[in-house]
Design a protein around this ligand. Structure first.
Ligand SMILES: O=c1ccn([C@H]2C[C@H](O)[C@@H](COP(=O)(O)OP(=O)(O)OP(=O)(O)O)O2)c(=O)[nH]1
Ligand SMILES: [Mg+2]
Length: 165
């Protein structure tokens, strides 16, 4: 089945509208993974500035689910706006307002967002709960302890610092 509109039944998420004039989280297109969240206030972010922004929503996710607050790629590409703790994690038991820690990563431009603008997207996912057990030896794996670039691929990537030749 390739039609993105044909999907399994959606999971029901109760939403408390803390600000009745603001919308529910909304999927912009069929098949979208993220439902857009809006800012409840006007926000101005100078270069490098961040702000914890309300969305006017509180939700109750079913047990076994979490919400992940992701940046919007359009805001990132056009204005350099991202989320400090991307993706933010909304626990199933959280009943407070969903907030978004926006940051303007542009080095020179100030960005202005108006109340009601879509600032982030909420991805609802099933999550496993782990039981952590101490082990003195871990099972072997092909990767082993290699990480942090151990597979290469950075040969041509040389860090360039401003004002250095
Ligand atoms: O982008 C986010 C991330 C988190 N939260 C809310 C929901 C989440 O359930 C709660 C706690 O988030 P997290 O566990 O990431 O933060 P913490 O610093 O560990 O806080 P706490 O000590 O309350 O767990 O804050 C948001 O509203 N937006
Ligand atoms: Mg926590």
């Amino acid at each position: 089945m390739t039609d993105a509109t044909i999907a399994t039944a959606p999971v029901e998420v109760l939403v408390q509208l803390l600000d009745p004039d603001l919308p529910l989280p909304a999927y912009a297109k069929p098949g979208d993974a993220g439902a857009d969240l809006v800012t409840s206030a006007d926000v101005t972010l100078g270069p490098g500035e961040r702000a914890l922004v309300g969305t006017g929503l509180a939700i109750a996710l079913p047990e076994g689910y979490a919400g992940f607050v992701h940046p919007r790629s359009g805001l990132a590409a056009r204005f350099g706006v991202s989320i400090v703790n991307a993706p933010g994690t909304v626990d199933a038991g959280y009943r407070g307002e969903i907030k978004v820690n926006l940051i303007n990563l542009d080095p020179t431009e100030t960005v202005t967002l108006a109340r009601g603008d879509r600032i982030a997207q909420l991805v609802v996912q099933r999550v496993e709960r782990a039981e952590f057990r101490v082990a003195s030896v871990l099972p072997e794996s092909v990767r082993g302890t290699g990480g942090h670039g151990s597979t290469g691929g950075h040969r041509d990537l040389v860090p360039v610092r401003p004002n250095s030749e």
